[in-house]
Design a protein around this ligand. Structure first.
Ligand code: GLY
Length: 269
């Protein structure tokens, strides 16, 4: 997941699929979800996969007024117990945040919660964490003011932040990259190069995947060398399995239809 290290992935929050999900924003990977029953079944399988692999999952109720509400990753950033509530980059999604903020405040009592102020904006989906090194996507959802506020928090925590410019035909940094463990970044040819991430700490590497497997580059690594991956990306799967990961494959078709990926649907805290 985007902003917690592997050893911090014991609890996650998700949000149920609303009946309005067919109205979710879709511009990049998808043209919009069409099958609510299937979307709910895929989401339930996702929750089950997290639970079966040691994650304590809390499911917040759906918000039928916000079709994109399942994409909780965008709404809050949790880093080493600190919570940053960004101004989400798409106006229609800003009303999703209050129940998530309340949940995190109640669950992380005693931790510092700060809120970003407009004109800063950022989606949590633009953050990637590799150990204690952070990357942020400068995108249509995340602007320089938002990046500056994130940098303030990371400076305070002693973590480095690097900026990656997001190609205009993609949504978020995590739409096409992920860290299945604290030493590996998965990224697709044609979107990024290993140089996009700069010089990495010793022992870390960028694994480049074929361009047609861009969606498959979003994965969720879990403790015990397990990794959730989307169905249909054989090179991603083979590459991870060759490196000793146990892959857990999920059908994400109705999530992808709304430009959502594995990491978008949960918030580790
Ligand atoms: N449908 C996810 C988003 O555009 O934020």
């Amino acid at each position: 997941m985007a902003t917690v290290r592997l050893d911090q992935k014991s609890r996650a929050m998700v949000r149920a699929v609303p009946d309005s999900y067919t109205e979710a924003l879709a511009k990049y990977f998808g043209t919009g979800p069409t099958d609510i029953t299937k979307a709910k079944a895929q989401h339930a399988a996702y929750v089950e996969a997290l639970t079966n692999n040691g994650v304590e999952v809390t499911i917040l109720p759906a918000d039928h007024n916000h079709p994109d509400c399942i994409f909780v990753e965008d709404q809050a950033v949790v880093i080493d117990g600190h919570v940053l509530l960004p101004v989400p980059g798409h106006e229609s999604r800003r009303g999703e945040q209050p129940p998530i903020a309340e949940f995190l405040s109640n669950s992380l009592k005693g931790h510092q919660v700060c809120s970003m102020a407009s004109p800063a904006m950022m989606d949590g989906g633009d953050l990637l964490r590799l150990g204690d090194l952070f990357f942020v996507g400068r995108s249509t959802r995340t602007n320089d003011e938002g990046i500056a506020e994130l940098k303030d928090l990371l400076d305070h925590l002693g973590h480095e932040l690097r900026i990656v410019d997001i190609p205009s035909h993609t949504l978020h940094l995590t739409s096409f990259s992920s860290t299945p463990c604290d030493k590996i970044i998965l990224a697709p040819e044609g979107y990024l190069s290993p140089q996009s991430f700069g010089q990495l700490p010793e022992g870390c590497e960028v694994l480049m995947m074929p361009e047609q497997e861009v969606y498959g580059c979003n994965t969720i690594g879990l403790p015990g060398k397990k990794v959730l991956i989307a169905d249909g990306y054989p090179n991603v799967r083979a590459t991870l399995e060759e490196r000793g990961f146990e892959t857990i494959v999920l059908d994400m078709s109705e999530i992808r239809a709304a430009d959502g990926s594995l990491t978008c649907c949960s918030l580790f805290y």
